[in-house]
Design a protein around this ligand. Structure first.
Ligand code: C5P
Length: 222
């Protein structure tokens, strides 16, 4: 089998990371969660009281930051300057601010270069918002995954419950809709389906059904 690159994009809560992890595991590929990198930068900036609209300050901070992704049994661990931040970067506070940080073109440039380096050898499943359109434009398989905003809020709610994070479905729905709007309307690499991506609506699919759909598409190009 070929060591292909699989790019999965889509809005918040569409099931990208859950499904990408399964696909990666089945193919024995590396899973790379790019959202975690934007979250890691956001988390550090908030800790250092850096203004999130100050792209120069953010860039300075990032140039002195070590971000490491480490594949693990349940997906991927994220280290910032040697500290495991895998859980804290999922907090409501980071989630509420990450789109503002991710909108800065200079920050994206640095993280995209890291992502391209990580994926250079192939055999990767990478998820995010701009993977097919900017990061891995030659990926052999591109999938744009979505689901209704109601279903996505419901899934995030279950997810939060499992993580012990308090949440309300109504607030999640607002939060997700706002994040989608910010991610889709920003100037730098907005969230959009690539022309050569396959659209996968997961609203009425189980996790396994969605993973199988992608695995089938992958077999066709391997
Ligand atoms: O995927 P996740 O929900 O963790 O992504 C968090 C945020 O990071 C997104 O809402 C988006 O603002 C940003 N992001 C991005 N480009 C990516 C991945 C994530 O702008 N490739």
């Amino acid at each position: 089998a070929k060591q292909i690159q699989i790019a999965i994009d889509g809005p918040a809560g569409a099931g990208k990371s859950t499904i990408a992890k399964i696909v990666a595991e089945k193919l024995n590929f590396t899973y790379i969660d790019t959202g975690a990198m934007y979250r890691a930068v956001t988390h550090k900036a908030m800790q250092q009281n850096i203004q999130l609209d100050d792209s120069d300050a953010l860039e300075n901070m990032l140039s002195a930051t070590k971000i490491e992704l480490q594949p693990s049994t349940n997906g991927q661990l994220v280290y910032v300057d040697g500290v495991n931040v895998s859980d804290v970067i999922r907090s409501n506070e980071v989630t509420a601010n990450v789109s503002q940080v991710a909108a800065h073109a200079n920050i994206r440039e640095v993280l995209v270069a890291m992502q391209q380096q990580l994926a250079a050898g192939g055999a990767v499943v990478m998820d995010g918002r701009d993977i097919a359109t900017h990061v891995l434009i030659d990926a052999e398989l591109k999938v744009f995954m979505s689901a209704s905003v109601e279903e996505r809020a419901r899934r995030r709610h279950l997810d939060n419950e499992r993580r012990g994070i308090e949440s309300s479905i109504e607030r999640l729905q607002e939060e997700i809709a706002l994040r989608d709007k910010l991610d889709s309307e920003r100037e730098a690499s907005p969230l959009i389906q690539a022309v050569d991506a396959v659209y996968l609506d997961t609203t009425n699919l189980t996790i396994d059904e969605a993973a199988d759909a992608i695995l089938k598409l992958a077999q066709d190009v391997m």
